[in-house]
Write a protein that binds this ligand. Structure first.
Ligand SMILES: Nc1nc2c(ncn2[C@@H]2O[C@H](COP(=O)(O)OP(=O)(O)OP(=O)(O)O)[C@@H](O)[C@H]2O)c(=O)[nH]1
Ligand SMILES: [Mg+2]
Length: 423
């Protein structure tokens, strides 16, 4: 927050010893109590010597199982150890790739690594965002350095090396190393180093630079920067040289000593990684790589330091803005849904009414038809009844006339069928 305003602070002399000059010591003893964590990621093809180099660097034997060449996908295996040297405790996590470079299609070999690094950042961010955070006890698993193992027996870097380093260079401190440097001759090694560095430069891969801001270290670090990539030899065997045992590899023609600076750059790597710049690696991870991750993630979540008019905006304001925006959106959606419902009901109602009308019309039609039929039938019945009556009448007449013809023949003349018939 400061820095923008010119502060008016007056220097004052002290009269005698006060004691706050012990602050740095207090800091040191506090940090020693909590201990340090350091996390190394080793990327390199199966069998390139990752586990052996780790054993050589920390002069111990970590657990490791060689991987097969038949994994369908690149995986990462992490192991955490508690190491102690004099009073300093180090929680060391070693992450190694498993099956790197063993697949026929290596297009997404880097993905598992990127995901791993991001997920360590994410869990740190989640811890930071908690209301009850516990960063002092939190086991920080963010990767502080990535050792990229280059195979020495080629003409330079492979496509997978460049692609992977390019994907990682904004997420982690990359230090490239040439593994199994005893496999190539001295002259070849120098040429190989130059080739590798020019390829890295051409492809715009950003490597970790040993810092030059500390005057006491600037000169050493500058020299070391020009030694990258370190060509290392590692071994789990000890060979007697002179009167002591030293880590070395024995060949029919001689012995390669791991810690002999004229044999390889192992000592330089250990010096830089463990003895001089471990704190800078931790610091850079937090203030550069994690910071970038955090910034991107918070922006993704919609947070910003300034509003639309470039005015400073607090976390709280952003939150409230987001909240009211969200609520307005919710309200709008609810209104829309209600309107839709009303419309649907209306539609259904008119549809039902229309149906009812049609039914009514049909019913009327049927009723009319029924009445007409009834009328017709009534008429037919009436006519029929009349016919029956007429028939009866005539039958009676005929019977009567037959009766008469038996008794008197004159009656025949007075009866004629046609005349007596009524309309
Ligand atoms: N020539 C030579 N061989 C080495 C060197 N470092 C390790 N080796 C040998 O390489 C083989 C594999 O070494 P590891 O350390 O298991 O390799 P890794 O990369 O951990 O292998 P995975 O974990 O299976 O991927 C072993 O036989 C080691 O002795 C080295 O600097 N030079
Ligand atoms: Mg291994």
């Amino acid at each position: 927050m400061g820095g923008t305003k010119e502060e008016n602070i007056r220097p004052l002399p002290l009269h005698g010893h006060v004691g706050f000059d012990s602050l740095p010591d207090q800091l040191v003893s506090k940090i020693i109590q909590t201990g340090f964590s350091f996390n190394i990621l080793c990327i390199g093809e199966t069998g390139i010597g990752k586990s052996t180099l780790m054993d050589s660097l920390f002069n111990t034997r970590f657990e490791s199982t060689p991987s097969s060449h038949s994994l369908p996908k690149v995986q990462l295996k992490a192991h955490t150890y508690e190491l102690q040297e004099s009073s300093v405790k180090l929680k060391l996590t070693i992450v190694e790739t498993d099956g790197y470079g063993d697949q026929v299609n290596k297009d997404d070999s880097f993905q598992a690594i990127v995901d791993y690094i991001d997920s360590q950042f994410e869990s740190y961010l989640q811890e930071e965002l908690k209301i009850r955070r516990n960063l002092s006890l939190y086991h920080d698993t963010r990767i502080h350095v990535c050792l990229y193992f280059i195979c020495p027996t080629g003409h330079g870097l492979k496509a997978i090396d460049l692609v992977c380093m390019k994907k990682l260079d904004k997420k982690v401190n990359i230090i490239p190393i040439i593994a199994k440097a005893d496999c190539v001759s001295k002259g070849e090694l120098q040429k190989f180093k130059t080739k590798v560095m020019s390829e890295i430069e051409q492809n715009g891969v950003k490597l970790y630079q040993f810092p030059l801001d500390d005057e006491t270290l600037a000169e050493v670090n500058r020299g070391m920067n020009s030694h990258v990539p370190f060509a290392v030899v590692a071994s789990s065997d000890f060979v007697k040289t002179g009167n002591k045992m030293a880590r070395a590899r024995q060949y029919p023609w001689g012995i390669v000593q791991v810690e002999n600076e004229s044999h390889c750059d192992f000592v330089k790597l250990r010096e830089m990684l463990v003895r001089t710049n471990m704190e800078d690696l931790r610091e850079t991870t937090h203030s550069v790589h994690y910071e970038l991750y955090r910034k991107t993630r918070l922006q993704q979540m919609g947070f910003s330091d300034v509003d639309g008019n470039n005015e400073p905006l607090s976390f709280q304001q952003t939150y409230e803005q987001k909240r009211s925006l969200h609520q307005a959106e919710l309200q709008a959606r609810e209104d829309e849904m209600r309107q839709m419902f009303v419309n649907r009901v209306k539609e259904k109602e008119t549809e039902l009414k229309e149906n009812e009308k049609q039914l009514h019309a049909k019913f009327e039609n049927l009723k009319r038809k029924h009445n007409e039929d009834k009328k017709r039938l009534d008429e037919a019945r009436k006519k029929h009844e009349e016919d029956i009556l007429e028939f009866q009448k005539r039958k009676n007449q005929i019977q009567a006339s037959q009766h008469h013809s038996h008794s008197s023949t004159s009656a025949l003349h007075t009866l004629t069928l046609g005349k007596s018939r009524k309309k």
